[in-house]
Design a protein around this ligand. Structure first.
Ligand code: UD1
Ligand code: UDP
Length: 359
């Protein structure tokens, strides 16, 4: 069995890492194909170094661009590699343009596609991620659903039950494997001059929030009001997309302390010790749920409804007063929910499914 692991962005590197480690441990025949969608050191290479992952065998260096330009360049590059390597299965993870390109290139060559984190739906077609995940699921032969809910969504869309495997989400594996190690990065709090549970952590980067001036202004106002109301530091490791948009629209984030995007261990430590997190990230909604940190999601919907059901997360949209109100609500709530995303053994289960099928 030969596996092609296709990845291209920060969350894919993090969430594929448990699978890559398992392939290494078992000495399987696999290789990493990096699209180059993320390329800045702090969005890419730092994660390979910190998670001790082998270098990608191929890096397509596609970089940034419009959706069609970026996805098109990936399709062309991925096809060439797959023709040369002839893997039995292509693994993709999540909902980025890299995922769509990897799944589409493979299925058109008659290569089996395995989609990790299948069956998530926001039902919001304005999000590029929703288009990518729906298309990737329907190109896939093997669908690794993180929860029973995501499995039911796939079955409801006509995907055969024999193709769907509930494994949990590899984000749990990544948290379990790295949370203890992240304590080695505890000096991040001193560096920032903050103490345990005395700050809020912010991450905002989704296209539907940061590419639209009104929504971004509302978010800026909401964060400023949160800082005034609760009197804590707001620490925001800012995504390059958001920095570009703030500059473009001339919006200032008052009351928010901007830092560069952080390496995984520093971020995980900061997240685990935050009193609360305000985010629009998918991975951060999950990690806060796993680490029992209350989360306020600055979106109108989520493809992670499990977090709302257990009470770790609440949707605030982008209305400034709503952001303040939902922050207060989450601070007052209990923090004793169960993690719905699995037992931290998803990577092993995914690789076992592949071995049963191909070896
Ligand atoms: C992408 C994914 C998004 C995911 C996010 C993870 C798609 C459609 N979007 O969004 O689902 O949540 O990654 O972080 O696939 N840039 C840099 N350095 C980099 C990469 C990007 O400076 O290494 C800047 C560029 O100005 C670029 C912008 O960020 O134009 C956006 O990058 P892009 O890859 O298009 O999407 P993300 O916003 O990163
Ligand atoms: N993350 C990180 N450094 C940061 C911000 C986030 O290492 O400065 C990690 C975080 O722990 C999570 C992942 O990046 O595992 C989430 O990625 P992102 O929010 O970019 O994408 P999404 O999950 O929304 O697709």
């Amino acid at each position: 069995m030969k596996i092609a692991v296709v990845l291209g962005t920060r969350p894919e590197i993090i969430k594929m890492s448990p699978i890559i480690r398992e392939c290494e441990r078992l000495g399987l025949d696999y290789f990493i194909l990096h699209s180059g969608q993320h390329y800045s050191y702090e969005m890419d290479q730092v994660f390979f170094e910190q998670l001790e992952l082998p270098d990608a065998k191929y890096n397509l260096d596609v970089g940034s661009g419009s959706h069609a330009e970026q996805t098109g360049r990936m399709l062309i590059g991925i096809e060439k590699v797959l023709l040369k390597e002839e893997p039995d299965v292509v693994l993709v993870e999540g909902d980025t343009n890299t995922v769509l390109a990897g799944a589409l290139a493979a299925v058109k060559l008659g290569i089996q596609v395995g989609h990790v984190e299948a069956g998530l739906r926001s039902y919001d077609r304005r999000m590029p991620e929703e288009i990518n995940r729906v298309l990737a699921d329907h190109c896939s032969d093997i669908l690794f659903a993180p929860t029973e809910k995501s499995k039911q969504i796939l079955l409801g869309e006509g995907i055969g039950e024999e193709n769907v495997f509930v494994t949990g989400n590899t984000v749990v594996d990544a948290v379990f494997q790295n949370l203890e190690i992240s304590k080695g990065r505890c000096e991040i709090l001193d560096d920032l001059g903050i103490s345990d549970h005395d700050y809020f952590l912010v991450t905002i980067h989704r296209q539907e929030n940061v590419d639209y001036e009104e929504r971004l202004r509302n978010i800026a106002q909401g964060l400023e009001r949160v800082q005034k109301e609760f009197g804590v530091d707001l620490i925001y490791p800012i995504h390059p997309r958001t920095r570009k948009s703030l500059d473009y629209f001339g919006i200032k984030l008052n009351g928010v302390r901007l830092v560069e995007p952080l390496d995984y261990l520093s971020f995980l430590y900061l997240e685990s010790k935050a009193r609360l997190v305000l985010t629009d990230s998918g991975g951060v909604q999950e990690e806060t749920c796993i680490m029992k940190v209350p989360c306020v999601t600055l979106r109108d919907n989520t493809e992670r409804p499990e977090t709302l059901e257990v009470g770790s997360n609440v949707l605030a949209g982008t209305n400034p007063q709503e952001i303040v109100d939902k922050t207060k609500l989450m601070l007052d709530n209990h923090h004793s929910w169960e993690n719905p995303f699995g037992d931290g053994k998803a990577g092993g289960k995914i690789v076992q499914v592949l071995r049963d099928k191909f070896v």
